[in-house]
Design a protein around this ligand. Structure first.
Ligand SMILES: O=c1[nH]c(=O)c2nc[nH]c2[nH]1
Ligand SMILES: [Zn+2]
Length: 486
């Protein structure tokens, strides 16, 4: 069996508030699974890693009877391995509208920008072009798992499944079920039966197309106002039927105050927005609820008791003026929380943008009266972007951390060090994005994170979180496979 040894610095979350930083580590991966992790002490010398692979591994006490099937990857200076980022909520179909939202809020935004674009993706060539660009950008930004919404069209949804399989990202693909009279006639399911049949067909398509389970279908009632009662019930039944297979469900909840009011009018028999989903059996441990900003304490207690996960989408919440989620409260109540980019309510496919916005929004929440404890730290934001997301998507223990037995869904993060030079020529080159990789080869990567060499690893992480972009993601693996390299 071929093995790859990754030698160098690795970092991951141990708990919500603690990161493990291993400066000199050796991680052995085979068949896409982490087989062993060695943490080396002070006595390790960098020059050791320049020994021929067999001598090096012998020195470290690893048996090495088949050197041919062995690859060694040295992690360069100022670089580290980190678990792949997890986007728990993204609309691939809205990708071309990134940044286009004007001053609208949710309900106007849906009708003005979102439904027309999504409806236009019944053109398969257009759908493929949009989805490929979205998924590629997402991968380049270090997202190894994403929970996607496609469109109402089953055909267009299946194109997203094909694209994910082709590009190698782990993901969930949801067809938006939306049959309510409130939807425009030109963008809705014909009937509850059509909504159910097309949902089943898309879930089945994923199962057929990707037997590895890397890409899976997900039940997706768009949100309560776009679904009839029959459709909500039917989807609740499909979700129950898929329990053995670990089938997930995703929807939106309590994003915007007008939306909450609308749900009250549309479902007067229910005591709350969360209750609407609950009576249709859509609140389960396999349910991902996006936003959850304006939930009442009773609703929080209900979603906690049903063990649902929440996708916190602060970039979108700020862009659409939806409000500020009190994340600390949900965490204190024991609700599972991950991060979502919510493209294109959110203007960036980068989960790191959602992570830094989570930090910033939490400071506004603290200042607004919820107190100092409400602030989200760098460590917590990175936990939400990895372990938290994995739990929300039912992948805890499989991805989101670096542990023996976990899948190699990993990113290589790096930045360049500002050179010490007399005339500033080297530093100038660096500003222009010329980067020398560890083989001495010149490549244009760059980025806007400048390391000076005196930072601690904690400081380097904070600099990456707040200033990093796709240029700092230098390689991406999913299931052990290199799916993006720059
Ligand atoms: O952020 C959002 N994006 C959407 O596409 C959507 N649809 C319903 N509710 C929504 N919220
Ligand atoms: Zn959304």
């Amino acid at each position: 069996m071929s093995k790859t040894y990754y030698i160098g610095t690795f970092i991951h979350s141990l708990t919500l508030t603690t990161l493990e930083i291993v400066e000199h580590g050796i991680i052995c991966v085979s068949n896409g699974i982490i087989r062993s992790i060695q943490r080396m002490g002070e006595d390790y010398s960098e020059s050791d890693s320049t020994l021929p692979p067999s001598a090096f591994l012998q020195k470290l006490g690893h048996d090495n009877n088949n050197a041919q099937q062995l690859t060694i990857r040295i992690i360069p200076k100022n670089h580290f391995l980190f678990p792949g980022l997890i986007d728990t909520h993204i609309h691939a179909s809205q990708y071309p509208n990134l940044g286009i939202f004007g001053k609208t809020t949710l309900l106007e935004w849906l009708n003005k920008y979102t439904f027309p674009l999504e409806a236009s993706l019944t053109d398969p060539a257009k759908a493929k072009r949009v989805y490929r660009q979205c998924v590629q950008r997402s991968l380049r930004n270090g997202t190894t798992t994403a929970a996607y919404y496609a469109t109402q069209s089953a055909r267009s949804t299946n194109i997203l499944t094909d694209v994910l399989i082709d590009l190698g990202q782990r993901g969930f693909v949801g067809r938006c079920a939306m049959d309510s009279d409130l939807q425009p006639k030109w963008y809705r399911d014909e009937s509850p039966k059509a909504a159910k049949d097309d949902t089943s067909a898309c879930v089945g398509y994923c199962k057929e197309a990707d037997q590895s389970g890397r890409v899976r279908g997900i039940i997706t009632p768009r949100f309560a106002p776009s679904c009839s009662r029959d459709t909500l019930s039917n989807l609740g039944r499909l979700l129950a039927d898929g329990e053995q297979d670990g089938l997930l469900c995703q929807t939106h909840i309590s994003e915007n105050k007008n939306e909450v009011e609308l749900v009250k009018q549309l479902f007067p028999e229910c005591s709350s927005y969360a209750h609407v989903y609950d009576v249709h059996n859509l609140l389960t441990p396999r349910t991902v609820l996006a936003h959850a900003i304006h939930l009442t304490e009773d609703e929080i207690a209900l979603i906690k008791s049903r063990e649902c996960g929440v996708s916190h989408c602060p970039t979108s919440n700020m862009a659409l003026g939806s409000g500020s989620l009190w994340v600390r409260h949900l965490l204190d109540e024991g609700v599972k929380v991950g991060l979502g980019t919510d493209v294109s309510g959110g203007y960036d496919v980068n989960v790191l943008e959602a992570a830094r916005m989570a930090c910033l929004v939490s400071r506004g929440v603290a200042e607004g009266g919820k107190g100092e404890r409400s602030k989200i730290s760098v460590e917590e934001a990175l936990w939400l972007a990895t372990r938290g997301g994995a739990e929300v998507l039912g992948l805890g223990g499989k991805v989101g951390g670096l542990e023996v037995g976990m899948v190699w869904d990993v990113i290589l993060v790096g930045a360049d060090e500002v050179p010490v030079d007399q005339d500033g020529e080297e530093a100038e080159k660096m500003l222009n994005g010329v980067h020398h990789d560890h083989d001495g080869k010149q490549t244009k990567i760059g980025g806007k994170v400048d390391f000076f060499g005196w930072e601690t690893w904690e400081e380097k992480l904070a600099k990456w979180l707040f200033s990093g972009d796709d240029r700092n993601i230098r390689a991406v693996w999913v299931g052990g496979e290199l799916v993006c390299r720059k």
